[in-house]
Design a protein around this ligand. Sequence first.
Ligand code: LLP
Length: 417
Amino acid sequence: MWWEKKGHLEVNDENHLAILGRDACALAKEYGTPLYVYDKQRIIDNFSAIRSAFQKCSDNFRIHYAMKANSNPEVLKILCREGAYIDAVSPYEAKIAMDAGYPREKIMFTGTSVSDSDLKMLVDDGIFINIDSLSQIKRLRKFGGEGLNVSLRWNPGMGAGHHSHTITAGKYIKFGIPESKLSSAVDLIKESGFNLVGLHQHIGSGWLADDVGVFLETVDRTIGAAVKIQDKIGHDLEFIDFGGGPGIPYCAKDKEFPLDVYAKGICSKVASSPLRNAQIAVEPGRYIVGDAGVLLLEINTVEDKNVPVIGVNGGFNTLARPSFYGSYHEMVVCNCVASKDEKGFMVAGNLCESGDVFSVNREILRKLPVPSEGDVLAVLDAGAYGYSMASTYNSRPKPREVLVDGKGVRVVREEAW
Ligand code: LLP
């Protein structure tokens, strides 16, 4: 199978799905469904892969884990031990990260439509703020004292992402400060008595090899903007942050993300610019946790309606991505991974909405081995933006989460309202 990864996701001798050597059917039986299962080793391996790619070309970089992808405290602790920094999008995320052991100096807040109460909480907690608007600078004066270190998120004018909802730079985009306002923002920071120490971009989420070229063009633009800012303020910026976005393959035709091209591109562009002393920062989320998580669901209905339907005990309250973005997620019948007896099904969730289907598109059926009621269905690559986007819609609780490692399986969050 295209998605098999030795040690992490495999098909065992019984033709069952195994996650870090654990039979997915047995996990579902023991811990119930819906169930998010995370593979600790895979999280560490993914983080290490990014770190190694940068180590090859820089000795001055840091990796902020974008915790919006998966903020389970145990996941945060694993990455804290690996040396990650944090990208937080709300003051509450910053608090969760601190509770998980991150020192405040390793957390950077990048928010949008940021309220006064958000700003107050952040300043009170001593969290570094990456500013998204001129309004934010003006309002920060009420809470932030003279000499407060801040950075600016700008919009480099072009973006990329797996869906229009996840493109975060370019025209008609709410994020960041546009080029035309950048100089005024820098002036305003100075007038406010704040100290500008960094420039940040995040062009979007879930782009692959084909978009690395666009990304590297924005790297050039951001370096160019940072150089102009340095000239204007008369001192060097401490860091330059290129955001997150590296995608993962969700289906057979998606290519692996070219980490080396990406890291080398960033490092060589910075090294050959006047910013060579600035620390490089990146903020990956999906790449670290995406393929480390699997969602297990029980198949409760197998029936030919107008179309053949597999009904499962979760919906877009459990995993929003297929309904929200039309995202493809590979699905596997856990007790019968490979079979010649396949048929096209609509894989339907249990919410009272016709759009609540996991098979992406109501007209396109998903080829799966014909299951029996009571079988377990695994939705792969659910570790990023899975649980973190889950809701209690239809008054159902959010699912339990377990972490699998070499020693065993641990519940890392109970089913919760
Ligand atoms: N930095 C900033 C400022 C961000 O806004 C994001 C994601 C990241 C970093 C991390 O991006 P990543 O490396 O994970 O692509 N819910 C969507 C994704 C939304 C991403 C929002 N911002 C999805 O399920 O595809």
